[in-house]
Write a protein that binds this ligand. Structure first.
Ligand SMILES: [Cu+2]
Length: 211
């Protein structure tokens, strides 16, 4: 069982598993039929070729069924995209700066950090900007990924739903030390977060933040 760490997990995972299930179903079906036909209609058993004419029923079936399936895929993709692009008005804003090869985070009150601290169950909007080359802000546990492009501000948002911590990666190859470009998102209770953002680092964070 996957614990949903953000509000996107359910819908993203469902779209993913739906596409995988459809793909596996047709992979097995088509491969199975191919092997079956190769054996059934081989030359030994059928020394004389027969003329085969079209089958309108089949033509309609294998046009309509895939069309419906890809429309479902589009629907799940579109509704997920819409949810991810509709940033709630009551979001807390964090400015994220990417550069070769680290992320840094700046809060409304001017506090900065190398680790992203956020309160649980509160929508967080991230303003993404890059100082140098293309990067990507990726939190796998939240099913969140967005390009960070120099000269342009991208935005994304999420609501963390569990007190926990997860890796943040750069997901766009950005040079020699790209693979070292990672940090952590630490989800705190609202009161712990307020203590941290306003005063400094409470004890609980020292245990989590080993760096
Ligand atoms: Cu990068």
């Amino acid at each position: 069982m996957i614990i949903a760490q953000s509000q996107f997990v359910k819908s993203v995972d469902f779209a993913f598993f739906f596409i995988i299930a459809v793909s596996v179903f047709f992979l097995v079906l088509i491969t199975g039929l191919m092997i079956f036909f190769v054996i059934k209609y081989n030359r030994k058993r059928n020394p004389h070729a027969k003329n085969i004419h079209g089958n309108t029923g089949l033509e309609i079936l294998w046009t309509v069924v895939p069309t419906i399936l890809v429309l479902f895929m589009f629907y799940f993709g579109w509704t997920g995209y819409k949810e991810m692009s509709s940033i709630p008005e009551d979001s807390m804003t964090v400015n994220v700066t990417a550069q070769m090869w680290k992320f840094s985070f700046k809060y409304d009150n001017g506090k900065t950090s190398d680790t992203l601290f956020v309160p649980v169950n509160k929508p967080v909007k991230v303003n993404l900007s890059s100082l140098d080359v293309n990067h990507a802000f990726y939190i796998p546990a939240f099913r969140l990924k967005k390009d960070v492009i120099p000269g342009r501000q991208n935005t994304a948002w999420f609501t963390a739903t569990e007190i926990s911590s997860h890796p943040i990666f750069c997901a766009e190859y950005c040079g020699l030390n790209h693979s070292y470009m990672y940090t952590e998102v630490v989800v705190l209770s609202e009161s712990d977060f307020n203590v941290w953002v306003n005063r400094g680092v409470p004890n609980i964070i020292n245990a989590v933040d080993k760096k």
